[in-house]
Design a protein around this ligand. Sequence first.
Ligand SMILES: O=C(CO)COP(=O)(O)O
Length: 294
Amino acid sequence: MAAPSSLASSRLAAAAPAPQHHHQNHQLRLGCSRRRAQRLVAMAGSGKFFVGGNWKCNGTKESITKLVSDLNAATLESDVDVVVAPPFIYIDQVKSSLTDRIEVSAQNTWIGKGGAFTGEISAEQLVDIGCQWVILGHSERRHVIGEDDQFIGKKAAYALSQNLKVMACIGELLEEREAGKTFDVCFKQMKAFADWKNVVIAYEPVWAIGTGKVASPEQAQEVHAAVRDWLKTNVSADVASTVRIIYGGSVNAANCAELAKKEDIDGFLVGGASLKGPDFATICNSVTSKKVTA
Ligand SMILES: O=C(CO)COP(=O)(O)O
């Protein structure tokens, strides 16, 4: 695997925690070229590069009007799926003003059918207002709100049953990475999701989220390849070769191109940089770096 060539990437790699050493690395790398060949065939037409913008709990009517207008004005490459996730209360505003070129996601949903669940929003309601996606398992919901694997798995199953598509987030804490538990943590989180059709997996190492410490392309690729191998062993070769695995955690307009070049990085889930229309468009268009190396 080539070392990052630019100075910027080297600095970013140096800022992030050391890559984890794992006895399977060599085997994983040996498997890469075979897997690549399969994926190019299997992904044709369906496995587009994917970029999601997670706006989290940010924005006002005014700032969102500006962001939507910047996104509407942006030129986006045709071979990238683009989705934005506004806070619930702005989804309707975004749906009615944003170009259909960009799909809309919620950042959460209730675990089942709506009813007497104060403060919750159901999958049926999201579908009713034209929302096509939902982000589930985000680290802020796991670690700040306290959602566990079982709860997240139930939410995903219900959302999918209502025809929402799911961005399923996984990722390790810094102490888990330092203890060499990255793969174990990610695989355990993966087990909660039972159905992979209409799911995009977002690997978001918690230490990289909102910290400015992006994972190096090698660190991200290592986990993405391991997750794909896990799917091959535990789900099916078909799912492993077609599911998109995107990276999230301090992705910005300057570091996206190097990450996008990695073969198992199928796109990004972007937080802070998705609040700036031109930067987000640059990240979406980093699909062009992928094409150069494919
Ligand atoms: O959590 C994230 C996306 O879901 C990543 O956030 P940042 O891009 O702000 O690090």
